[in-house]
Design a protein around this ligand. Sequence first.
Ligand code: 3Y8
Ligand code: NAP
Length: 263
Amino acid sequence: MIESQGSAIPRVLVLGGTTEASRLAQALADAQVDAIFSYAGRTESPLPQPLPVRVGGFGGMDGLRTWLREQRISHVVDATHPFAAQMSRNAVDACAATGIPLLALERPAWQSQVGDHWQQVPDIASAAQALPKAPSRIFLAIGRQHVEPFLARSPHWFLLRLVDASLALPPERGHIVLARGPFTVANDTALLQQHRITHIVAKNSGGSGAESKLHAARALGLPVILIDRPAIPPRPTVARVEQVLQWIAGPHGNTGVATERGV
Ligand code: 3Y8
Ligand code: NAP
């Protein structure tokens, strides 16, 4: 059992929705930490978690602040995706308002390597502007929420990969693949070849769950339009699950089960 400095028993909110968040949930469950896992409710059937799960928005920063107080949360871990900027902003503000400690668990951005043909752009609108002029076949791997500015660029054919069947595309405009990551290099390479893809548009998500398409693009020599992460207010950030457990335990906390497991 993890005891944290100050409060007798920690009670942790995990803002989830990423591979790292799922790994953290397992580590917290293994360490018998009292924690709640939160999804936005973007997908029809999110991955089950080994912690109690809540689904849906909190109702902005004020709603989150009230919820934190009512639920007697002692620690907040923001393990949301780097592009979930609004949630992260609300977490910074609500934790500042309540004095509840906040830690972000975030994977580093991808860095280009030899053989990459990246065009890095600051945001989604710039990515749509950066599409080639000549009719091309584009793997639009940014999900469902921001596809309109791209589909408006008519001469292109688009391959979309979505978690749920939430969109339809006439065959002359493109094709939709329904898949939930994490993905593999072999699968992504075959997908790019099967659909004769000439360009990829992706977010600089970092992590392992979405990077296979970049390895496939490198192998096939395809150009990638890569969208930089949105700005998020500064907050303490770590990249590894065990750092989160140590943070919850505090400088003199007794890590109990977690230590025996060598976390
Ligand atoms: C609802 C939870 C885990 C989580 C896995 C990661 C990896 C697989 C790769 C491509 C890129 C994309 C998208 C993607 C990946 C992981 C991770 C990641 C990218 C789930 C999940 C939720 C979401 C929301 C969804 C977004 C969409 C983005 C698809 C669960 C599966 C494109 C981001 O239909 C929608 O509205 C989908 C919306 C936000 C981006 C967008 O704007 O459309 N993720 N993805 C979370 C919630 O409700 O709180 O349903 O189980 C989680 C994962 N998606 O536990 O292993 O860690 O990044 N998700 C991107 O990175 O570009 C796909 O296809 O190559
Ligand atoms: P966002 O734009 O930052 O958030 C918009 C609103 O959704 C937030 O203000 C909040 O509503 C609610 N929300 C977001 N994450 C939540 C969570 N974990 N628990 C409860 N409410 C949440 O977020 P997004 O980009 O739509 O992403 C939504 C979820 O999908 C996040 O959990 C994120 O980790 C996951 N995800 C996103 C991406 C991506 O590309 N954006 C990729 C992979 C996974 P209220 O203001 O009402 O509280």
